[in-house]
Each structure stands twice: as C-alpha cells, then as structure tokens.
Design a protein around this ligand. Structure first.
Ligand SMILES: Nc1nc2c(ncn2[C@@H]2O[C@H](COP(=O)(O)OP(=O)(O)OP(=O)(O)O)[C@@H](O)[C@H]2O)c(=O)[nH]1
Ligand SMILES: [Mg+2]
Length: 229
C-alpha cells in the first residue's frame, strides 16, 4: 500500500473517531459528568489506583462514580472495580490496542451514569496508541510508575504531551529501586511544560487526597464554565 493511501486511511479513521468523541462529549456535558481517560503502559497501576480512588471518594458518601474498562481480553479489571461497589462496563478490544470513541459511546449506553458523576475510563495498557484517540473525555491522565524508568516520557512523548496531568505511581517502591523521582518529573516537563504532576502510591494511599482534590476542582471548573455559556 502506498504511503499516501495509508495516510488517507489513518486520517479517515481519526476523523470518524472525532465525530463519535464529539457526540460522547456533548452527551457527558448534558449530564454534567466529568470524564477522565486513564492512559499508561500495562501494569503501571491504573486499576489499583482507580479502586483506591473510588473507595476514598465514596467513603464520605459524596462520590458518585462509574467506570469504563478497556482491555484486549478478560473482565478482570471491571470485576475489581465492581468489588468497590461502583458500576463498571468492560470493553474488550480483541486485537485493538486502544479504546475509541465508538466503543465508549456503546459502553455509555450500558452504564447507569448519574448526573454530575465522575466517569473514569481506563484505557488499554499501551503507551502509544491511546494518545491519538479522543474519547470525549475532559482530560487524559497519564499514569507512570517509578519502576518503568525515568526516560519513558522522552521515549513516548505523545502520551505525555496529550495528558493534562501525570500521576507518578508506586512511590512506596522508590526507596527500594535505584530511581530519581526529580528526574521523572523533569523529563515529564521536558515533553509537556504545563503538565501537572502528583506523586502517588495506590498501595499506601499517599497523594490520593491531592489527586481527588484535582478531580473535584476540575469538575467544579467544568460546571462553572458550562453555567457561564
Ligand atoms: N507497590 C505498589 N504496587 C502497586 C501500586 N499500584 C499498583 N501496584 C501493583 O502493580 C500491579 C499492576 O497493577 P494494576 O492496577 O493491575 O495495573 P494496570 O495499569 O491496571 O494494568 P493493565 O490494566 O493490565 O494495564 C499489581 O500487582 C498491583 O498490586 C503501588 O502504588 N505500589
Ligand atoms: Mg488495569
């Protein structure tokens, strides 16, 4: 296949995706839902962090959350989320390496999403493909765990450029590994100077308050912006 034809097909796929993503965004805005798309390499701790986040958000009865889980196979992650009491829909992408706007639209049809809720979308573990696909979310959240290596933002810049915030996870392991947390942050800022960074541990709960504070203030800012329209 010629390079021109390949580019034509890729452009077509992305613009079709953008139409589905725009429909999702309008639907979520109509319900006052704040949606984040969690992106990372496999095993960085997305599901563990989500379970801890949901438990903390709902502990005071104030959190209304729902989750769309993306994996190539299994419903393991949706099962783990449901154990917290939150509703979850699993999307299996088969050979696909990322969620897309169409899949998320179908998942929304099966999710009983309350007005004003927070929607977490856990993308397929992959540091490349999910960066290119808008799902209709308000923000992409990149999870980077301290065992992955300080150079990952430099090697996979698209993901960290697309993200509004990075959660540097598994910091409980930092003392046991030869890692430089400041270098992780410096490399994240080299590829995305405006990225917010929070150091967290899904295991110990460190940093979770700050992360939940970010979610709540971003959701409030979205509501304010919508009210002003
Ligand atoms: N020590 C430590 N381990 C963690 C932390 N967060 C996650 N883990 C462990 O990391 C492993 C992978 O965690 P998952 O939550 O399944 O990672 P994931 O990003 O959802 O993985 P995929 O969905 O397969 O991409 C599990 O063994 C978790 O217990 C953390 O903050 N500290
Ligand atoms: Mg997971």
């Amino acid at each position: 296949m010629s390079q021109e034809r390949l580019i034509e097909i890729e452009t077509g796929i992305l613009s079709e995706n953008d139409r589905y993503a725009a429909a999702n965004r309008a639907r979520l805005a109509g319900q006052g839902v704040f949606a984040v798309n969690l992106v990372s390499s496999p095993g960085s701790g997305k599901t563990t962090l989500l379970c801890a986040t949901i438990r903390a958000m709902t502990a005071d009865g104030a959190g209304d959350v729902a989750v769309i889980e993306g994996d190539q196979q299994t419903s393991n992650d949706a099962d783990r989320i449901r154990e917290t009491g939150a509703p979850a829909v699993q999307v299996n992408t088969g050979k696909g390496c990322h969620l897309d706007g169409h899949m998320v639209g179908h998942a929304l049809d099966h999710l009983h999403l309350h007005d004003g809720a927070t929607l977490f979308i856990e993308n397929v573990g992959n540091l490349v493909c999910p960066a290119a696909f808008d799902l209709g979310e308000d923000a992409k959240v990149a999870i980077l765990s301290v065992t992955e290596g300080e150079d990952k933002p430099l090697k996979y810049p698209d993901m960290f450029t697309a993200a509004r915030i990075a959660l540097l996870n598994k910091i409980d392991l930092a003392p046991h590994c030869d890692v430089d947390l400041d270098l992780y942050e410096a490399n994240l800022r080299r590829v995305n100077p405006t990225i917010e960074i929070i150091r967290v541990s899904a295991r110990t709960g460190e940093g979770l308050d700050q992360w939940i504070g970010w979610l709540r203030s971003e959701a409030a800012a979205k509501r304010l912006a919508q009210a002003a329209e």
